[in-house]
Design a protein around this ligand. Structure first.
Ligand code: IPM
Ligand code: MG
Length: 370
């Protein structure tokens, strides 16, 4: 019996399709690497709304707390677009982040060599690009109070959201960024709008304090978030780790993902604090979302979901070798010329989700035989 408890939440859109391919890799790990998981599957997003009336039922939250790691697909779709604000499928992921205390969202933007032409930027600008965005993910304007739409004295509707950060919320996510930088190229670019926002002033001050007290060996640079967006498009390779608030991180990570030209390739991890027991809640998901336009057609790229599973093996279970196997298998398949529609290039062979999944499995088999 395995003691590694994995909760799988396929969700909506292409989520279930790409997750099905990962389930084959999970089984393969058990059969060929003696790395087995106790897998439980749960409901989230629109799928959960339809079945239970809630985008994130209590049973899913409980199972996620119980699990050692959560592998998440994607949520949302046109079917649920007209629902009241408090029933959006997106609440599925937001509630999980909040209830599990998943405050550090790690979003790598990596340009793999076989895909350097897929970027809309010139190959020289992005070749070898390897950025890690660390986005705060349980605070800021996503959760701040007051929030809502009300009517003012003049009878006008007024919409309010609140950007609010305590120093501890800033410090703990800054530590994650500095820690990661030490294992990479040792540089953190912290973004905010300290020129306009009070919370941005505090952000800059706290990041500087944490740096001076705990990470003086890491290079720290402060950059206004708008400038960071510009620099990402013009000279992206200057960055190593980018630290950002929930909202700026949401925007900058989509921008960084677009630089790679292949949203279907990018995984992410969202981590909580290490508890006294040593356990750390963690959720892994592809960046691409539910892609309703191609859902159900069998054409989605399963790579980002596969690479999310690789991150899970690395971060939640310390299975570095197995994580690298998956990453290498994905890269081999690309180098061999197979492409799903999202990364199709002239001269390559266009395949669907299942063929891509099968090819990754075959490469895994070959690589692990070596
Ligand atoms: C993301 C998404 C989510 C967010 C949505 C689906 C709530 O855009 O993970 O980046 O805004 O955090
Ligand atoms: Mg987003």
């Amino acid at each position: 019996m395995s003691n590694k408890k994995l909760l799988v939440l396929p969700g909506d859109g292409i989520g279930p399709e790409v997750m099905a391919e990962v389930r084959r890799v999970v089984d393969w790990m058990g059969a060929r690497r003696a790395v087995s998981f106790a897998v439980q599957e749960g409901l989230v997003g629109g799928a959960a709304l339809d079945a239970t009336g809630s985008p994130c039922p209590d049973s899913t939250v409980a199972a996620a707390k119980e699990a050692d790691a959560v592998l998440f697909g994607s949520v949302g779709g046109p079917k649920w677009d007209k629902l009241p604000f408090d029933q959006r499928p997106e609440l599925g992921i937001l509630r999980l982040r909040k209830e599990l205390g998943l405050f550090a969202n790690l979003r790598p933007a990596v340009v793999l060599d076989p895909l350097v032409d897929a970027s809309s930027l010139k190959p020289d600008v992005v070749r070898g690009l390897d950025i890690m965005i660390v986005r705060e993910s349980t605070g800021g304007i996503y959760f701040g109070e007051p929030r809502g739409v009300s009517v003012n004295a003049a009878g006008q509707r007024v919409g309010v959201d609140t950007e609010v950060y305590s120093e501890e919320e800033i410090a703990r996510v800054a530590r994650v960024a500095f820690d990661l930088a030490r294992k990479r190229r040792n540089k953190v670019t912290s973004t905010e709008k300290a020129n306009v926002m009070q919370s941005g002033r505090l952000w800059r001050a706290v990041v500087s304090e944490v740096h001076a007290a705990e990470f003086p060996d890491v290079e720290l640079e402060h950059m206004y978030a708008d400038n960071a967006a510009m620099q990402l498009c013009s000279r992206p390779k200057q960055f190593d780790v980018i630290l950002a608030s929930n909202l700026f991180g949401d925007v900058l990570s989509d921008l960084a993902a677009a630089l790679t030209g292949s949203l279907g390739m990018l995984p992410s991890a969202t981590l909580g604090a290490v508890q006294p027991s040593g356990k750390r809640h963690a959720l892994y998901e592809p960046i691409h979302g539910s892609a309703p336009d191609i859902a159900g057609k069998g054409v989605a790229n399963p790579s980002a979901q596969m690479l999310s599973f690789a991150m899970l093996l690395r971060w939640s279970f310390g299975l570095e070798e197995e994580a690298r196997l998956i990453e290498a298998a994905v890269e081999k398949v690309l180098a061999g010329g197979l492409r799903t529609a999202d990364i199709m290039q002239a001269g390559m062979a266009r395949v669907g989700t299942a063929v891509m999944g099968e090819a990754i499995l075959r490469e895994l088999e070959k690589l692990s035989a070596n």
